[in-house]
Design a protein around this ligand. Structure first.
Ligand code: GCW
Length: 714
């Protein structure tokens, strides 16, 4: 009897200590598996000093101790009183005289407010590791980077790392509603428990801030852009204050979304006209009220005159007049306005591709200094693949902030494995030719092309109340990648995957190379089984899940898949040449020329810009129809390959996450088949060409899929 109980307790303990529920993200700090490295780390990291006593330094100290304790599997002392023993010293020149004398001032001068140095120094025959910066926040970033070196099992000798963020505002946008639901969120409910705030404070808020700081994210907009005016009420400001207070030591500024009609809805005014002095005054007072509670409030993120949101155009005012209204209220406090370019009018029949550019380009130069325009990576809406947004490079006088979607609204929710760093990079690397060859989107966004100083990169968060934060265990990689790329967009998608895998799973080389292969091919697999060759927006209406290329019942033409693929007996695709919508005219001549000619247009964008005959011969020698069959099948095959690879990795990691991913891949495979069969059967009604015999026959009929879609609708 006793023995059984003992065994039970032991089993429980084992389970507790080995449970890999994903909560720890990439900050797991497991014991270093390489024995040689472990003993080297142990020899060099026994005594640490973190100088200073600000809340941020407290966080840095705790993190370093916690990290080393886990990685070295022993207790490390923080010998703050006996600096002489220390082998690792972190702090600024202001807080540590040792650092002040050991570190070159010139090197420090280049770091700005957030950059850091990690240096190996031998002084009087003794080896030191120094983590330093101009600010405590820089020190914290350095500490996280140093822990990343250990977690990824790198040498800590001869370190000479100098790192500064390339982009100033590195941000997560939460589309979280005050009632706890998350628009396009697939990882449970909102992590913000508005109802219970400010009295009950979830540990998650701190863990969230810590995770962000570890990858350099320094801003969070916590409310949905489809905004509720209540978030600007006194009560909610006090709730938001709690979050801002928690975020502060981690270097994160809180932003709120502002509902443009708030002066009417909340202030009781007759108008929200930006030129009305009473309206201006209302915003000034509201902003003052916010800053009284949140002295470092970041500012407002605004969606206006888009998809039914109120905005300045209601009063015949421009986006610039609307943005400037809020900017003037925020300016005395150094707050900023992030105004979204995702606009398309309810009334205009114009190609949606063109609307943001048409509205914003003429306003270049009309915005206040503290306004930035947030532009989605592509011109339609976060599709699995889009060409870069034509606004990039087109507004040299207005800082443009990149907006990515980390949550997988159009990429299989949290069911499909999609590593998005490849998508992010594809856009950053695209050449706008705005100032000749080499004018990449990255250079627009990091401000180097047009000398913007207010630079930014934002991602719509994929975070929710699920224990593992993001639903799919691999969803975490996209949160991670956003932060890492915003800090340094020169990192490759592969490098980021590599370090994420090491920290999240294991440093085993076999596991790393196989998993990296899965990740690197995953987004292309989705493009292939959902929207190959430049198809876009052919998903289910409303919930945006599953295929529905046949759908034509939406109230607006451009919410219908048929509007976007334009399949007919001749061919398929959206003509954006002068013969069609002429959306291509929004690109610089060099880009336009390349896309305009089907012979030079990369095939991955072909149907974005051309209506192409089913019989058109592709580079492979296949007809367009055959190529489409090939691509859809390639997509399904890739998922099957991903499954095979994953199945071979069981022995390397914990059962929990292994099985979870295995299960999700099984669902993904079925859904890839669903997409392939539904799309091919439907498009075949136009092409009237056979699916080549070499490929799997569709499992069901088109009718079945049309109904199946209906069953899946919300
Ligand atoms: O992708 C679309 C989404 C909407 C979203 C909108 C936007 C917040 O379907 O849910 O609204 O984009 O970006 O504003």
């Amino acid at each position: 009897m006793k023995k059984t109980i003992l065994f039970f307790i032991l089993a429980m303990c084992l389970q507790i200590s080995f449970a890999e529920d994903g909560y720890r993200l990439w900050l797991r700090y497991e014991k270093v598996s390489d024995a040689r490295l472990l003993s080297d780390y142990k020899n060099n990291l026994q005594h640490i000093v973190v100088a200073g006593n600000s809340p941020t330094i407290k966080v840095a100290t705790d993190e370093l101790l916690k990290g080393l304790q886990g990685l070295l599997s022993e207790t490390i002392s923080n010998s703050s009183s006996t600096q002489n023993d220390a082998t690792l010293i972190a702090g600024t020149s202001a807080t540590s005289s040792f650092i002040a004398s050991a570190v070159d001032k010139k090197q420090l001068a280049q770091l700005g407010n957030e950059g850091f140095l990690i240096l190996s120094k031998t002084i009087a025959g003794k080896h030191y590791t120094i983590i330093t910066a101009n600010t405590d926040m820089g020190v914290l970033y350095g500490v996280f980077h140093f822990l990343r070196l250990l977690q990824t099992q790198q040498s800590i000798h001869q370190l000479n790392i100098s790192s500064t963020p390339k982009i100033k505002l590195r941000m997560l946008d939460h589309w979280d509603n005050l009632n706890g639901s998350v628009e396009r969120g697939y990882a449970g409910r909102s992590i913000w428990e508005w109802k219970k705030l400010p009295d009950t404070i979830s540990q998650r808020y701190t863990d969230y801030a810590r995770a962000n700081a570890s990858i350099g994210i320094n801003a969070a907009s916590v409310t949905n852009v489809n905004s509720n005016v209540l978030s600007l009420s006194k009560d909610y400001i006090l709730k938001a204050k709690v979050l801002a207070d928690i975020f502060r030591p981690y270097g994160i500024k809180l932003f709120l979304t502002a509902r443009f009609s708030a002066p009417v809805e909340m202030g009781g005014l007759k108008t929200a006209d930006p030129l009305d002095p009473q309206v201006q005054n209302w915003w000034k007072e509201k902003v003052k009220e916010i800053y009284q509670s949140i002295p470092d409030f970041g500012g407002f993120l605004v969606k206006a005159n888009s998809e039914g949101q109120p905005g300045p155009q209601t009063y015949n005012r421009s986006h610039a007049e609307g943005a400037n209204l809020l900017a003037d209220a925020l300016a005395p406090f150094n707050g900023m306005v992030i105004w979204r370019a995702f606009v398309y009018s309810n009334d205009k029949p114009e190609d949606r591709f063109k609307q943001a550019y048409d509205e914003f380009k003429p306003l270049d130069g009309n915005f206040r200094k503290n306004v930035v325009i947030q532009v989605k990576n592509g011109p339609i809406d976060f599709q699995p693949r889009e060409p870069f947004h034509p606004l990039f490079g087109a507004m040299p006088k207005t800082p443009l902030v990149m907006e990515y979607q980390v949550t997988q609204e159009y990429l299989g929710f949290s069911t499909h494995l999609a590593y998005l760093a490849t998508l992010f990079k594809e856009c950053l690397d695209a050449d706008t030719y705005a100032k000749g060859k080499g004018s990449t989107v990255a250079k627009v966004v990091d401000g180097s092309l047009d000398n913007y100083s207010n630079t930014g990169m934002a991602g719509v968060a994929n975070i929710g109340s699920d224990t593992n934060w993001c639903g799919h265990p691999f969803g975490q990689a996209n949160w991670y990648a956003l932060g890492r790329l915003a800090w340094n967009h020169n990192l490759s998608a592969e490098q980021i995957a590599d370090e994420w895998i090491r920290q999240t799973f294991t440093n085993d080389p076999q596991f790393i190379s196989a998993t990296k292969k899965i990740m690197m091919g995953s987004r292309e697999a989705i493009v292939n089984y959902m929207t190959p060759l430049g198809l876009h927006h052919i998903m289910g209406y409303g919930n945006h899940y599953g295929p529905a290329p046949w759908y034509d019942k939406a109230s607006r033409a451009d919410w219908n898949p048929v509007y976007f693929h334009k399949a007919d007996s001749i061919g398929i695709g959206f003509d954006r040449k002068p013969t069609g919508s002429n959306g291509l005219a929004q690109y610089t001549p060099e880009v336009r020329k390349q896309f305009e000619d089907p012979a030079t247009c990369p095939e991955k964008y072909l149907l974005w810009f051309h209506h192409v005959s089913w019989k058109h011969v592709m580079k492979s020698g296949r007809t367009l129809w055959d190529e489409m069959c090939y691509k859809y099948n390639e997509g399904v095959d890739s998922v099957r390959d991903m499954q095979k690879t994953w199945n071979s990795l069981e022995k390397f990691i914990d059962k929990d996450r292994f099985q979870k991913v295995q299960g999700l891949l099984a669902t993904q495979e079925k859904e890839a088949v669903w997409w392939r069969d539904a799309c091919l059967l439907y498009f075949q009604t136009f092409s009237k060409m056979p699916i080549p015999a070499a490929y799997e026959k569709p499992k069901y009929t088109l009718q079945f899929y049309e109904q199946y879609r209906a069953l899946k609708a919300p």
